[in-house]
Write a protein that binds this ligand. Structure first.
Ligand code: BT5
Length: 248
């Protein structure tokens, strides 16, 4: 069977309430734009190719047609939760989906990247739309090395470049949505602290030499409220958001 994310291939694999409804388009500008705010929580938009895939801070997200999982999930978190934490919730779900698919350990590079063999294999984008949040995840599944973006601050990779295996994307998507639902429910009820074990044990920047806003230092750890603790010179700082570059 050709690899497909069309509803007939993906819907039979869905194990929970995320992905209902399942909105699929072969091509779209960005899955982040397919979900109307009135749609039920857990609605998921998926496509095979994006013409204007989005990263954070106006950056782009690129993947050749039919090679990646590109999905957005509509969430309605309660007001008491900090929606910025959803990047880590999504990152944890994507890391687990990567581990399940490959059997290899994945890490989370604060605040929104999933790393496999020191390469970025997935990125998460949380955007507020009225009273909802659209949580976008791009996961590189079957790209070959030369199908990955050449210009990237963090070296990109795919599951295929890690182990040479070509996978059924619908299976990866279904596992991702089950993990996302489970972690989202835990976060909504108990907060980020309840996910700390999964995050802390996959903390990519812990102990690494990093650069933040031009200053060099070390990553200490993601803390229990989702901030990144860093050491710059003799000073410890807690970052709420931002960009951290690591030295390879
Ligand atoms: C992210 O942004 O990592 C969030 C990416 C979210 C993408 C999903 S796909 C489904 C949904 N629909 C969308 O339109 N977006 C979401 P950021 O940390 O800003 O990383 C973006 C940077 O990563 C770019 O500037 C490139 O350097 C690099 N990049 C682009 N495509 C990549 C890829 N496929 N794999 C790894 N790196 C990539």
């Amino acid at each position: 069977m050709p690899d497909s994310l069309a509803p007939e291939a993906a819907e039979p694999l869905l194990g929970g309430r995320f992905g209902r409804p399942y909105l699929y388009e072969e091509r779209c500008e960005s899955t982040q734009r397919l979900l109307e705010p009135g749609i039920p929580e857990g609605a998921v938009a998926v496509c095979d190719v994006q013409t204007g895939g989005r990263g954070r801070l106006g950056r782009g997200w690129e993947a050749p047609p039919g090679t990646a999982v590109l999905c957005s999930t509509l969430l309605r978190p309660p007001p008491r939760r900090k929606t910025a934490e959803l990047s880590l919730v999504g990152g944890l779900a994507a890391a687990e989906a990567v581990e399940r698919a490959t059997g290899l350990a994945a890490q989370i590079k604060w605040p929104n990247d999933v790393m496999l063999n020191r390469r970025k294999v997935a990125g998460v984008l949380a955007e507020a739309v009225e009273d909802a949040v659209v949580l976008g995840i791009g996961l590189n599944v079957n790209q070959t090395r030369d199908e990955l973006p050449a210009e990237a601050t963090t070296a990109p990779g795919s599951l295929r470049t890690a182990d040479g295996v070509v996978r059924e994307r619908a299976r990866v998507l279904a596992d991702l949505l089950v993990a996302l639902e489970r972690h989202y429910d835990t976060w909504r009820e108990e907060g980020l602290d309840a996910l700390y074990e999964g995050l802390g044990s996959r903390d990519f920047l812990r102990g690494r030499r990093i650069r933040v806003d031009g200053s060099e230092g070390y990553g200490v750890a993601i803390d229990r409220s989702g901030r990144l603790e860093v050491e710059i010179g003799s000073e410890r700082r807690l970052l709420e958001s931002g960009e951290v570059v690591f030295e390879r």
